[in-house]
Design a protein around this ligand. Structure first.
Ligand SMILES: NC(=O)c1ccc[n+]([C@@H]2O[C@H](COP(=O)([O-])OP(=O)(O)OC[C@H]3O[C@@H](n4cnc5c(N)ncnc54)[C@H](O)[C@@H]3O)[C@@H](O)[C@H]2O)c1
Length: 331
């Protein structure tokens, strides 16, 4: 039995917790830490009866063999080091940390501790994206030459979140950078970004932007164009296209329903799924199931600390590219 302890019961922590309780066979969330009165009802509903004020206290519980770290990014580093020292397997939300050297330390620490470590790049576990990846791997369109990723949020998160999150590149686009590496199956050698602030939030004071276009050049020549926006008037926009010698393969937005109405004014469909929680619901379930399965079968984690480090390096280069108004080499 895999007994998880969890830290972080916000937007994403709650999803992970209920997915383990509902869908992960031979696993349960046994305990929660950093528990506040506002979390009590949710924990009771989900059958988590053991509560701790701090993460360190929870790690002393002998029954816990793995942890889910869904605390704000600024605390991941400390939580990972504590859990690794206690010999617990770790599922940690992205980004691992905002500093390259700290993520390198994490990579070395979890390897030395001999524990399983997985980073929450959940999109790799979306069934539509997995199908797209299978098509690429089967060579249906030939090896990728151009990849286009559109990733636009309906609205920005609260300024309080943005301030400590790492901003557009290190918090949001990091999913797309990971997606590019995953789909292309190669490493990035050059990053070129342009960005701007179009909305009303005072993002400049956090060295942040709300809109960007990034080009990634991969070792074997594939070119990936990613466009990101914190605002999108028609809702959450998540599309991928992979173009190769023999054709293209693409995923479209997933709509709230499949009804199409055709009238004189045109053809009308439902809106796309409102945001990441709805659009990627399957992936959040699948990623935890995969983590549990790798633990049970003693297999290597599907998404490693190395993957977290590689995506962070791209995000940092994108930021530097805007600052210095030039392409950044990652070699
Ligand atoms: N994979 C994804 O799609 C995805 C989506 C959203 C967030 N995230 C990541 O998950 C993490 C949490 O984001 P969120 O949106 O759930 O944030 P949130 O603000 O909704 O929740 C954070 C939780 O951590 C708790 N917390 C605050 N300070 C803490 C501390 N010192 N120690 C422990 N816990 C503390 C808060 O009480 C809250 O319950 C971030 O790293 C974020 O980047 C990933």
């Amino acid at each position: 039995m895999i007994n998880f302890g969890i830290i972080g019961l916000g937007r994403i922590g709650k999803i992970h917790l209920s997915n383990v309780q509902l869908y992960c066979k031979d696993a349960q969330v046994l305990a929660a830490s950093h528990v506040k009165p506002k979390h009590q009802a949710f924990l009771k509903e989900n059958g988590v009866e053991i509560h701790f004020a701090t993460f360190a206290e929870m790690l002393k519980h002998p029954g816990i063999n793995a942890v889910i770290i869904a605390s704000p990014t600024a605390f991941h580093y400390d939580h990972i080091l504590l859990a690794a020292k206690a010999g617990k397997h770790i599922f940690c939300e992205k980004p691992i940390d905002l500093a390259y050297e700290k993520v390198k330390t994490i990579k070395e620490t979890v390897a030395a501790a001999g524990i399983h470590f997985m980073v929450g790049f959940n999109r790799r576990f979306d069934p539509h994206i997995q199908q797209l990846k299978t098509s690429i791997d089967q060579g249906k369109v030939g090896s990728p030459r151009i990849v286009k990723i559109t990733s636009r949020d309906p609205a920005p998160p609260p300024l309080k979140f943005i301030e400590h999150s790492g901003g557009l590149f290190l918090d949001m686009a990091i999913h797309d950078f990971d997606m590019a590496r995953y789909l292309v199956g190669d490493e990035v050698v050059k990053v070129n970004s342009s960005g701007n602030i179009f909305g009303n939030l005072p993002l400049a004071q956090f060295d942040d932007i709300d809109t960007a276009v990034t080009t990634l050049i991969f070792k074997k020549g594939c070119m990936v164009q990613i466009d990101n926006s914190r605002y999108c008037a028609y809702g959450y926009d998540q599309r991928l296209e992979v173009f190769g010698e023999n054709g293209k393969v693409a995923t479209q937005n997933i709509l709230e329903n499949a009804v199409q109405t055709s009238v004189a004014s045109g053809h009308h469909t439902a809106r796309s799924k409102p945001f990441f929680i709805e659009r990627y619901a399957d992936s959040y379930r699948n990623i935890l199931m995969d983590f549990v399965s790798t633990l049970k079968n003693k297999k290597a984690s599907s998404i490693s600390a190395e993957d977290g480090l590689a995506a962070l390096a791209i995000a940092m280069a994108a930021k530097q590219s805007i600052k210095e108004n030039r392409p950044i080499s990652l070699s």
